[in-house]
Design a protein around this ligand. Structure first.
Ligand code: BES
Ligand code: MN
Ligand code: ZN
Length: 509
C-alpha cells in the first residue's frame, strides 16, 4: 500500500515527479488549470485544441513541464462531463492517473486540489467530518496500484520495477486539510480491506483451504477487534448441518463454518447478517466441471472473502452497526466419499435436499449458513456468492444480480452499487420459479432439471426456502468477482463486495 499524505501547499511550488490534475470535459483550460497552463506556455491548451486530451473519463495526458513549475510532469486526468461527475468517476479517474504515472516510472506523485466547480458537483459539505472526494481519490490511488506477487520469486540481478510509493493530496487551504486527511484515512481502511479480499481470492486452492480461510479470518478478527468463532465438522455434525457437511465429504480438507461478530451498534440492536459462499475450490464434484477454465474456480470463495474484508473495513471505520459474518467454507471434490447425484441430504433446517448435480454446491453450503444466520435474530440477511455461471450470460462482468424477499433491502443494495460503482441489478423471483425445485423424493432438489433455464434465479429460489420472515437479499457475484483489468482493479480478483457492503452498512436503515 502506498503512503498518502495531505499537505497545504501550492501546486506550482510543490516538488513532485508527477502532479495529477483532474479535469472535466472541456475545449480549453478553465479555472485553476488556466493559470497552470500559462506557466506551461500553453501546452495544455494546445493538447485540448488538437484533441489529444478532451477530459473524457479515464483519459490521461502526461506533459513534461520542462522546469516551468516545481513538478517534473503534469498529468491531466479526465473525469468526464462536469454535470455527470460523481465520486465513483473521481475514484476511477484517480486510478487511471496512478497507473499512468507508474507507467511513466514516477515514484512520487501528487494530486492538485479539485477545482471548486468540480467539488461543488460532488456536494462536499464543509461541515462534514471528512472529505468524500479525498476518500475517492485516495481509494483510487491505492486500489489501482494493487498487485498480487506472493508467488513470484525474484532472481538476483533482476531490475527492481519502479513503483509509485508516495502520494500527496494538496489542500487548497489549511482549513480543508483536516477533512481531507480524514477522507484519506478512511480510504486506507477500505483499500486495505479490499486488498485483503483480493489476496484471499488470488491464493490458489492448495494454499487457500477452508482451514486457511478460517485462520485468516481469525487473525483479522484479532487485529481488528472482532469476535471470531470457527465451527468444525464434529460440531457441524451435532448441529445437523448435513448440506454443508455433504459438500465437503469428497475432500480431505475439513470444512469450516467461520463466524465473525462486530458490535459497533447499540447493545441489543438486531445485527445485519452477511453470508458469503466460501468454496475454496470447485471442481464440480462427481458432476465434474470441464477442464478449460477449472483453475479459475479457486475464486469460488469470493463471497466469503468479501464478507471477511467488509467486516475488517466496518471495524476499522467504527461504523455504528452490529454485523455478523457467516462463511460456510468447503472444498468441492470428487472422491470415494463424495456425494453423488441422487443423494439426499438433511439440512440444518430439517428440509431434505435431493442433490441432482454436485456442481450446484454453493446453494447447499449456503442453505445451512442461512438457517444458522437466523440464530442471530438479524434484521436483514445479505448473502454474496459466486453461485451461477448463468449470471455471466445475463450481465457479463459489469454487475452482480440480486434477488430477494424484501424490495427495500434490494433497493438499498442497488443504490450502494450505483454510488460505489460495484453495480447490482435485480432479477425477478416469482413464485413459479420456486415450484421448479420441488423434488419427487425429497423436499427440494438442488437444480430444476437438466435444461438450465434462468439459472441465476433458480439458485435464488432454492436459497429462499431457507429464509423465514427476515428481509433477505441474495447477490450473485459470479460475473464480477473475477474479471478484466479496470481502472482500479487488476485483471483477475476484483475484491467486489467490500466497498458495496461498507456503503450499504453506512446507510443501513
Ligand atoms: N461456482 C460455480 C459458479 C461459477 C461459474 C462461478 C463461473 C464463477 C464463474 C457454481 O458452483 C456452479 O458450478 N454453478 C453451476 C450451477 C448448475 C449446476 C445449476 C453453473 O453455473 O453451471
Ligand atoms: Mn459448482
Ligand atoms: Zn461453486
Amino acid at each position: 500500500m502506498i503512503k498518502i499524505n495531505v499537505k497545504h501547499e501550492n501546486r506550482v511550488t510543490h516538488k513532485t515527479e508527477c502532479l495529477i490534475v483532474f479535469c472535466a470535459e472541456t475545449a480549453k483550460p478553465e479555472g485553476d488549470l488556466k493559470k497552470t497552463d500559462s506557466l506551461l506556455k500553453g501546452a495544455v491548451a494546445r493538447a485540448m485544441k488538437d484533441k489529444r486530451f478532451e477530459g473524457k473519463l479515464n483519459q490521461t495526458l502526461l506533459i513534461d513541464t520542462l522546469g516551468t513549475v516545481a513538478a517534473n510532469h503534469i498529468l491531466l486526468a479526465g473525469v468526464g462531463k462536469k454535470e455527470e461527475l460523481n465520486l465513483n468517476k473521481l475514484f476511477q479517474a484517480s486510478g487511471s492517473a496512478a497507473k499512468r504515472a507508474e507507467k511513466a516510472k514516477c515514484k512520487k506523485i501528487a494530486c492538485a486540489p479539485l477545482d471548486s466547480s468540480l467539488s461543488k458537483k460532488l456536494g462536499a459539505k464543509k461541515s462534514s467530518a471528512y472529505d468524500p472526494a479525498s476518500q475517492a481519490v485516495a481509494e483510487g490511488l491505492h486500489l489501482s496500484l494493487y498487485r498480487f506477487e506472493v508467488y513470484k520469486t525474484k532472481k538476483k540481478g533482476d531490475p527492481e520495477p519502479v513503483r509509485v510509493k508516495d502520494a500527496v493530496l494538496l489542500a487548497a487551504s489549511a482549513g480543508a486539510a483536516a477533512g481531507m486527511k480524514r477522507g484519506a484515512g478512511r480510504a486506507k481502511i477500505v483499500a486495505d480491506a479490499t486488498a485483503f479480499t483480493r489476496d484471499l481470492q488470488c491464493h490458489p486452492g492448495n494454499t487457500a483451504t477452508p482451514s486457511f480461510l478460517a485462520r485468516q479470518a481469525q487473525a483479522m478478527a484479532k487485529s481488528a477487534g472482532l469476535k471470531c468463532r470457527i465451527v468444525s465438522p464434529p460440531e457441524m455434525q451435532k448441529l445437523g448441518m448435513g448440506a454443508l457437511l455433504g459438500v465437503g465429504r469428497g475432500s480431505a480438507e475439513p470444512s469450516k463454518l467461520i463466524l465473525l461478530e462486530y458490535s459497533g451498534g447499540k447493545k441489543g440492536q438486531a445485527p445485519v447478517a452477511l453470508v458469503g459462499k466460501g468454496i475454496t475450490f470447485d471442481t464440480g464434484g462427481i458432476s465434474l466441471k470441464p477442464p478449460p477454465n477449472m483453475h479459475e474456480m479457486k475464486m469460488d470463495m469470493s463471497g466469503g472473502a468479501a464478507v471477511i474484508g467488509a467486516l475488517q473495513a466496518v471495524a476499522g471505520l467504527k461504523l455504528p452497526v452490529n454485523v455478523v459474518g457467516i462463511i460456510p467454507a468447503a472444498e468441492n471434490m470428487p472422491g470415494s466419499r463424495a456425494i453423488k447425484p441422487g443423494d439426499i441430504l438433511t439440512s440444518l433446517s430439517g428440509k431434505t435436499i435431493e442433490v441432482l448435480n454436485t456442481d450446484a454446491e454453493g446453494r447447499l453450503v449456503l442453505s445451512d449458513a442461512l438457517t444458522y444466520a437466523a440464530r442471530f435474530k438479524p434484521r436483514a440477511i445479505v448473502d454474496l456468492a459466486t453461485l451461477t455461471g448463468a449470471v455471466l450470460h445475463c450481465l457479463g462482468h459489469h454487475a452482480s444480480a440480486v434477488v430477494g424477499s424484501d424490495q427495500d433491502l434490494m433497493d438499498q443494495l442497488i443504490q450502494s452499487g450505483e454510488k460505489t460503482g460495484e453495480r447490482v441489478w435485480q432479477l425477478p423471483l416469482w413464485e413459479e420459479y420456486e415450484s421448479a425445485i420441488k423434488s419427487d423424493v425429497a423436499d427440494l432438489k438442488n437444480i430444476a432439471g437438466p435444461a438450465v433455464m434462468a439459472g441465476t434465479i433458480m439458485g435464488g429460489a432454492f436459497l429462499k426456502a431457507f429464509v423465514d420472515d427476515v428481509p433477505w437479499a441474495h447477490v450473485d457475484i459470479a460475473g464480477v468477482a473475477w474479471g478484466d483489468e479496470k481502472p482500479c482493479a487488476p485483471k483477475g480478483a476484483s475484491g467486489y463486495g467490500v466497498r458495496l457492503l461498507v456503503n450499504f452498512l453506512e446507510n443501513a436503515r
